[in-house]
Design a protein around this ligand. Structure first.
Ligand code: NI
Length: 275
């Protein structure tokens, strides 16, 4: 890694996905070579949540600083019964014996594109995640696809009930409109962008990125998914976060070093380490 080069923070990576977990030391070495200093490991079900905590306990600082989030993805919310939510809460509260405290709840949210769980179940489990996050004073990582109205409604309701944190969290891999982004920022949310900003035909998405003040931006890979150009067809990994960051920096007319500094400050604001 170039000691004078930009230092990247990948704020959403599934190092707990089997496709990355199988050669994790090599993935982390390539991330280090590419100037990635920090990675947040996002989870999608109970086993991946436990693995995220164990991965951080084992690999934090070797050589990349790692932190974890625990949560049940909307695809799997049909499995989030009372026992599962109690287990998730224990992991979120105490680390469940792994030696790591997670810094966020996620991912959670709504996905009406795939509809892998019934929508009413997705909404109920999303709300439970939001309430747990508030109770434990943790931010959330929200996955939202083709469910903008219902997501906004829940956030408005929680805000009206006084149950939204001052910094509620992030909408990751944001694909919504300029107007939706505005409303979410008004509620305190940050917005994170991934590989799709590098895709051809991303012009609408790029307009959204441009509309967001740098002070509310995060960047991520969402690896192993959403591989940025020019690596389409390969497995995504944190080393490629630079391609996302450079696109976002260019859109805002910022140097890559300046953008990385802002993203790092934002990430520390949303996802501070717990002691
Ligand atoms: Ni993800």
């Amino acid at each position: 890694m170039d000691p004078d080069g930009p230092r990247f923070f990948d704020t959403h990576a599934h190092l707990n996905d089997p496709r990355l977990a199988e050669d994790l030391p090599a993935v982390l070495a390539r991330a280090d070579d590419a100037g990635v200093t920090d990675i947040l490991v996002a989870s999608y079900d109970l086993p991946s949540s436990r693995l995220a905590l164990e991965t951080v306990a084992r690999h934090d600082g070797r050589p990349v600083a790692l932190r974890a989030a625990v949560g049940i993805h909307p695809h799997d919310s049909r499995d989030a019964d009372a026992a599962a939510m109690a287990e998730l809460r224990e992991m979120a509260r105490t680390g469940a014996g792994t030696g790591t405290l997670p810094v966020a709840i996620g991912e959670t949210g709504l996905d009406y594109h795939y509809d892998l769980s019934p929508r009413d179940v997705q909404r109920a489990v999303f709300r439970l995640h939001m309430e747990m996050a508030r109770e434990l004073d943790l931010p959330v990582i929200v996955h939202e696809r083709e469910a903008t109205e219902d997501s906004l409604r829940l956030m408005r309701d929680l805000h009206a009930e006084g149950r939204l944190r001052r910094v509620p969290g992030v909408f990751h891999c944001f694909g919504g409109s300029v107007e939706t982004a505005k409303e979410l920022m008004g509620l305190g949310f940050f917005l994170s962008f991934a590989g799709p900003v590098t895709f051809r035909n991303a012009s609408r998405l790029l307009e959204v990125v441009k509309s967001i003040p740098p002070s509310r931006l995060l960047v991520e890979t969402d690896c192993p998914y959403l591989t940025p150009v020019p690596h389409r067809g390969e497995r995504n990994e944190p080393a490629f976060v630079e391609l996302v960051a450079r696109t976002v920096a260019d859109l805002h007319g910022l140097s890559i070093e300046t953008l990385c500094g802002i993203v790092r400050r934002n990430a520390e604001t949303v996802f501070p380490r717990r002691r």
